[in-house]
Design a protein around this ligand. Structure first.
Ligand code: NAD
Length: 313
């Protein structure tokens, strides 16, 4: 397998490359392409930069001819596409770059993958495309899309495009829609790094609204093992939801971290104005990947959060 990974200097992409290089010796080579946006961190690649199977190429996926040039020269057999603008708050302030990278960038990759006869294009997506749940129910693969902010709308559009390339042009694709990840290398703008950095700096932890929004948390390494399973054993054209059965309100996440660090929870937080259009609850039904591909997560929230805290120390 000659693997091309997009966005591998970001949070999940760098964890995926580490996972593959440490656990999947059968790959021939791995090329990481990334434009090194503000969300990337070259330190995320330090652990594998000297691996002889690893290469890096600076590439902006919105530049179609350059994307195609990389495909021609490297001739990947498999692609895993993580690169995206990924922060909801930024998408509310400036949606344009979300459409350029997440929609047009994905389109460039799909076109090049088709032209260069890639054997499998795996597109990484999010549970946010399904919208917001009430107090019950979980997102299934058949749940209708109902994105409610510019980030999730751009991811939804990229999922649709990816399926179009399968149905119209026979590009062998798979898609995964995963819940909220946590773990090493996550950008400081995101929720769990914000909690950890606030505690480290002796600042109050900002809590949107009442802190009652529910997310379904997965340790990043478990997401990576799921992506590998789908890439190598998933059925062409199919979508798999990935989640760890770990629903928590934002307050519960903060409390769990405070407990681990022996910090008094009630004095550590401050309530701030809620995010516009803040989705109430996400929850994933991951029965399909569990029963068809025999994948399961290997981290409880307690174990994953301990490893996360250690990595930010
Ligand atoms: P991230 O923001 O940490 O990393 C994104 C990476 O993509 C960065 O390295 C950045 O430099 C790169 N990138 C951005 N624009 C690019 C461009 N035009 N050309 C080339 N590279 C570009 O994001 P993440 O949290 O690691 O998310 C990765 C993927 O997983 C995204 O597609 C996201 O939608 C999806 N996802 C994330 C989560 C989560 O909880 N973080 C959950 C489900 C799905």
């Amino acid at each position: 397998m000659k693997l091309l990974v997009t966005g591998g200097a970001g949070f999940i992409g760098s964890n995926f490359i580490k996972y593959v290089l440490e656990n999947r010796g059968e790959i021939e080579s791995l090329l990481n392409v990334d434009c090194l946006s503000y969300a990337a961190n070259e330190k995320n690649c330090e652990e594998f930069i000297s691996n002889p199977k690893y290469r890096f190429r600076h590439l902006d996926i919105t530049r179609g001819p350059q994307v195609n040039d990389v495909f021609k020269r490297y001739a990947p057999t498999h692609v895993v596409h993580f690169a995206a603008e990924s922060h909801v708050d930024n998408s509310i302030k400036n949606p344009n770059i979300f459409l350029e990278t997440n929609v047009m960038g994905t389109h460039n990759l799909l076109k090049s993958a088709l032209a260069n006869k890639v054997k499998r294009f795996h597109h990484i997506s999010t549970d946010e495309v399904y919208g917001s749940l009430g107090e019950t129910g979980k997102f299934k693969e058949s749940t209708p899309y109902d994105p409610r902010n510019p980030y999730s709308a751009s991811k939804a559009a990229s999922d649709h495009l990816t399926r179009v390339f399968y149905h119209t042009f026979n590009l062998p694709i798979t898609i995964s829609n995963c819940s909220n990840n946590y773990g090493p290398n996550q950008h400081k703008e995101k929720f769990i790094p914000t909690i950890l950095n606030s505690l480290k700096e002796g600042k109050k932890i900002p809590v949107y609204g009442q802190g009652s929004n529910v997310r379904d948390w997965i340790y990043v390494e478990d997401h990576c093992s799921a992506v590998w399973k789908i890439l190598t054993q998933g059925k062409t054209g199919e979508t798999y939801n990935v989640g760890s059965n770990c629903e928590k309100t934002n307050m519960q996440v903060i409390e769990a971290i405070c407990n681990e660090l022996n910090v008094e929870f009630s004095t550590a937080i401050e309530f701030v104005e809620d995010r516009l259009g803040h989705d109430l609850r996400y929850a994933i039904n991951a029965r399909k990947i569990r029963s068809e591909l025999f994948w399961k997560p290997s981290h409880t929230f307690k174990r994953g959060i301990k490893k996360t805290i250690a990595s930010y120390a």
